[in-house]
Every structure is written in structure tokens, then in C-alpha cells.
Design a binder for this molecule. Structure first.
Ligand code: UT7
Length: 333
């Protein structure tokens, strides 16, 4: 009997309506469309507007979209994992809030924070629950309201990020498709280059932390770039090698969308043609936990059963990793 594997059997997504263009950004900070397009590759990003709205409001829409598309009822879900760096509150977990808002009552749920690799960490965690045979329907939802921690007076970070959410359903499969292999890494010493200084237990919020603008993303761009380029490519190539895959065997690279130059460098190291690389950074920017499911949702109608995909990411932590999976369904005709 073949081993039970976890397969992605559906995807859903949501981005808020408001579009923040490079033109509008250049009225807020000293920047230009030309600089942002050349250095990062982003044209516009979506922003969640409205008092009292948070990450769960993005996540729940992606989950509802997923349930609608797959025809699965909220009652059937066994586990919901939310991956986010912008939880609604310090506690409880945003996963709990999303479950409540989506009417998911027979599941347990928790959050994972692994920076921009959160969705990959979430997929690998969820797959283990499926492989035990005990869990039949697991949702992983990656959601971030990055605009809540972006300093819109800092031109070095504000063009990069956007808001969004994406969700996948994982179910057991006995056939040759599904999640075949993954490798995740962490190097916590990298935290000095990318973090939020205040708001946690080391530096709880105070008038001083607010005056010092310490509740926003702090990023040393060049240092992060250097680690991201080498580590994301290395782990993608490692996964290819240990599964005896060459670039001809691969149908798609699904790379975290942080910077078009990082994506291009990863694809080059893998010797992949550009047509095999999913890219939508120009429309959404870096939505942190949502980039990978937003890609899968956008490409869903092009993906065929048996396609070989590699997902790769790098993010705050530092965290990075890659996953090899065989896609488990073709578009419905
Ligand atoms: O997903 C989580 C992980 N994060 C990442 O992967 C991000 C990795 N880092 C990056 O993507 C890039 O480092 C950035 C996009 C953040 C910055 O690009 P860069 O090519 O590394 O630019 P830089 O920081 O070296 O800055 C080059 C110049 C500087 O001016 P001087 O010192 O050369 O005069 C900056 O002040 O560009 C200037 N600059 C800008 N100019 C116009 C920085 N931001 C801007 C801006 N508009 N928005």
C-alpha cells in the first residue's frame, strides 16, 4: 500500500479593493515609479482600509472563497492553520478568529509566525497532520495586513509591502501526487536585519516606542537581499537534486514575491525558463504570508494534474525553505 500523502485539493484568495499605486506613493515619500520598478518590480499593491479591520478580515474572505470553490462545508474542516506576521491581536490566535468568522466549529486552530516563509512552514506542518491518517481536511490560510506595520514615511520599506490572503485545502491522497518532499531552515541570528522593535514582551508599547516609530518594520534591505538571494536559490536547488529533478522535469516555480531580482536569481540558479516562473509581484507587492497562495490561486486554471511544482521562500527570522509537490487536479472543464 502506498504511503498517505497530503495533496492540495483547492485554493482560494482575497485582496482588498483599494489599490495603492507607485504614483500615489511618490506623493507620500521621495520615490518614483521608475526606482520601484527597477529595484523591486512592483507597480501597485492592495491595501485594507476601514476602521477596525484586520488580518482575519482578509483571511476569512480567502477561506470562504476556498470553501465555495471546493464545495466543502465549514463543518468538515478538522484543522485550520493561519500563517501571519500581523495577527489581529497579540492573543488569541488569528486562526481562532478566522475559524469563528467562517463558521468552522469542528476543528482546532493555531497560528504560525515564520516571516515570509510562514505559508511554507504552514503547508509542511499541515501535511504532517494529514500523513498520520487522522486528519482529512486541513486549511492553511496565509494572511497579512502589512499596511498595519509599514511606516509610510520610510521610503526604503513602504513601496515593498501589500495586504492580502490566500488559502489552500489539504486532503489525503494515495496516488503519486501531493507533497513529496520539503526542507525548511532557520537562522535566528538574522533577526537583527529584519524585525519589529517594539510591541512584544521585550519592549511593550509605550509613548517612547511610539515616538521612536518602533512599531513598524525595520529592515536592512541590502543585508536581507544578500541572504535571500543565496539561501532561496540554494534550497530550491537542494530539493531538485535530492529528488533527481532537472529543469526540464519542472513545470512551475512558485517563489515568494519579495523582489523580482531575487525571483530571477533563483530561477537562473535552477536553470528554469521564465515561462515556468509564477510572478505577480507587480500587482500585489510582498504580501508576506499570502504571496504563495495568491500565485497558486491565479495560476490554478493553468495547473494540470501531475505537474511538478517547487515552492520556495525566504523571510524574517531568517527562515527559508523549499517544497516539491505534484499538483493533484486539473482545471474543471
Ligand atoms: O520578504 C522578506 C524579505 N525581504 C526581502 O527579501 C527584501 C530584500 N531587500 C530588497 O529587496 C532590497 O534591498 C530593497 C528593495 C529593500 C532596496 O533595494 P536596493 O537595491 O538594495 O537599494 P539600497 O538600499 O541599496 O538603496 C540604493 C539607493 C540609496 O541611495 P544612495 O545611498 O545610493 O544615494 C537609497 O537611499 O536607493 C535609495 N532608495 C530609494 N530611492 C528612491 C531607497 N529606497 C528608495 C525609494 N525610492 N523608495
Amino acid at each position: 500500500m502506498s504511503k498517505t500523502k497530503a495533496a492540495i485539493t483547492g485554493v482560494g484568495a482575497y485582496v482588498p479593493d483599494y489599490i495603492l499605486t507607485n504614483e500615489e506613493l511618490s506623493t507620500m515619500v521621495d520615490t518614483t515609479d521608475e526606482w520601484i520598478m527597477t529595484r523591486i518590480g512592483i507597480k501597485e499593491r492592495h491595501i485594507l482600509k476601514g476602521e477596525g479591520k484586520g488580518t482575519s478580515d482578509l483571511g476569512v474572505e480567502a477561506v470562504k472563497n476556498l470553501l465555495k470553490k471546493t464545495g466543502v462545508s465549514p463543518d468538515e474542516i478538522d484543522l485550520l492553520i493561519c500563517t501571519t506576521v500581523t495577527p489581529d491581536m497579540v492573543f488569541p490566535a488569528t486562526a481562532n478568529i478566522i475559524s469563528d468568522k467562517a463558521g468552522i466549529k469542528n476543528a482546532f486552530s493555531f497560528d504560525i509566525n515564520a516571516g515570509c516563509s510562514g505559508f511554507l512552514y504552514g503547508l509542511t506542518t499541515a501535511s504532517q497532520f494529514i500523513e498520520t491518517g487522522k486528519y482529512k481536511k486541513v486549511i492553511v490560510v496565509g494572511a497579512d495586513k502589512m499596511s498595519s506595520i509599514v511606516d509610510y514615511t520610510d521610503r526604503t520599506t513602504c513601496p515593498i509591502f501589500g495586504d492580502g490572503a490566500g488559502a489552500v485545502l489539504l486532503e489525503p491522497t494515495e496516488d503519486e501526487n501531493g507533497i513529496i518532499d520539503f526542507k525548511n531552515y532557520v537562522d535566528g541570528s538574522g533577526r537583527k536585519h529584519l524585525h519589529q522593535k517594539a510591541g512584544g514582551s521585550v519592549k511593550p508599547p509605550s509613548h517612547e516606542t511610539i515616538d521612536a516609530r518602533e512599531h513598524f518594520i525595520y529592515q536592512e534591505g541590502q543585508a536581507v537581499f544578500k541572504f535571500a538571494v543565496s539561501n532561496m536559490a540554494d534550497v530550491a536547488v537542494e530539493i531538485m537534486k535530492r529528488n533527481n529533478l532537472n529543469s526540464n522535469d519542472l513545470n512551475w516555480l512558485v517563489p515568494h514575491q519579495a523582489n523580482l531580482r531575487i525571483i530571477d536569481a533563483t530561477a537562473r540558479r535552477m536553470e528554469l525558463d521564465k515561462e515556468k516562473v509564477m510572478i505577480n509581484i507587480q500587482k500585489y507587492g510582498n504580501t508576506t504570508d499570502a504571496t504563495i497562495p495568491l500565485l497558486l490561486n491565479e495560476w490554478e486554471n493553468k495547473l494540470k494534474k501531475g505537474d511538478n511544482l517547487i515552492i520556495a521562500s525566504f523571510g524574517a527570522g531568517f527562515t527559508w525553505g523549499a517544497m516539491y509537490l505534484k499538483w493533484s487536479y486539473s482545471p474543471k472543464v
